[in-house]
Design a protein around this ligand. Structure first.
Ligand SMILES: [Fe+2]
Length: 311
């Protein structure tokens, strides 16, 4: 365990990434020198776990603003039709009772069980996401994280060279999902973007594979061949040695770097246990190099998405 200049301590939870930071109450304003420690840890460890944080939505939003502007979610089944900066990941309805498994919100949330990077289908993809645990099941319901940076670094040099300079098309919709057939063409077009296959953190220059469920084609390759390569790269990233599975405790808050990690929800007995986590999403910047310096705290918000777009 390394002790830093402030009262914060940082402890690695996995051999390759993920650190637990203790000694701070995130619900209060964070001094800049303490945020510097968190920002540096975020860039180095990719995922930061905090314990015993008594977040409500206002304090979660205020802390998230240290990292930059927040994405604004439109009303959709995933947030109980409440637009704003908070997305709610839960199996509960507004009355606090468990929703039936065939409820649209439950079906929508099931797609979070595919490996992905948040908002990779947006022209300016997400920098980070912060989940805070409000109600957790005793068994299951973990969030799995994979280090796409560690995976990239483990690739043979010739494979890295083959991937250099390539780009992939990311979409909000998935060709195999019936639920996605209802998207209007204009919305689909706006949320079909080209992203680099390798995303670089401008703070430390380290590269990561930028893949996951939204990445569906490789520019300049036949569709089938490109998809096969993307599937292979996502499978490579999500091998056990690159994965950390977070078992949620009450009061946990986890922030992850969407530039260099993939994540997925894991299942639990949704008819037996309650689960409720609230997410804020920090918008990225175009280009990524705009985050070379530590961000200034924000009070403004990123422009809302079209009302027709959900995630
Ligand atoms: Fe996600």
């Amino acid at each position: 365990m390394a002790t830093v200049k402030t009262r914060l301590t940082i402890k690695r939870l996995h051999p390759l990434f993920v650190a637990e930071v203790t000694g701070i109450d995130l619900t209060r304003p964070i001094p800049r020198e303490e945020f510097r420690t968190i920002w540096d840890a975020f860039n180095e460890h990719q995922i930061i776990v905090f314990r015993n944080q008594a977040f409500d939505d206002d304090s979660q939003i205020a802390f998230s603003h240290n990292f930059g502007e927040l994405e604004t979610m439109v009303a959709h089944p995933g947030n109980d039709w409440n637009p704003g900066h908070i997305s709610v990941m839960t199996n509960l309805g507004k009355d606090g009772k468990m929703l039936p498994l065939d409820h649209p919100a439950m079906i929508h949330r099931d797609r979070n069980e595919a490996w992905h990077s948040d908002s990779s289908f947006k022209p300016v993809a997400a920098l980070a996401s912060l989940l805070s645990a409000r109600i957790v099941p005793p068994v299951g319901g973990n969030t799995d994280f994979a280090s796409a940076r560690a995976a990239y670094e483990a690739l043979p040099a010739e494979r890295k060279a083959e991937l250099e300079g390539r780009t992939a098309i990311h979409r909000i919709t998935h060709p195999d999902m019936d639920e996605d057939k209802g998207y209007d063409e204009e919305a689909k077009k706006r949320h079909t973007v080209t992203q680099p296959l390798l995303r670089t953190n401008p703070v430390n220059g380290r590269k990561a594979l930028y893949v996951g469920a939204h990445a569906q084609e490789i520019v300049g390759m036949p569709l089938k061949e490109g998809r096969s390569m993307l599937d292979e790269l996502t499978a490579f990233c999500t091998q056990p040695q690159f994965v950390y599975s977070h078992h949620w405790r009450d009061g946990d808050a986890v922030i992850w770097d969407n530039r260099c990690t993939l994540h997925r929800a894991t299942s639990f007995d949704k008819t037996k246990y309650k689960r409720k986590l609230h997410r804020t999403t920090i918008a990225g910047k175009a280009p990524d190099s705009a985050f070379e310096r530590m961000p200034e705290p924000q009070r403004s918000c990123a422009a809302p998405l079209s009302r027709k777009i959900w995630r």
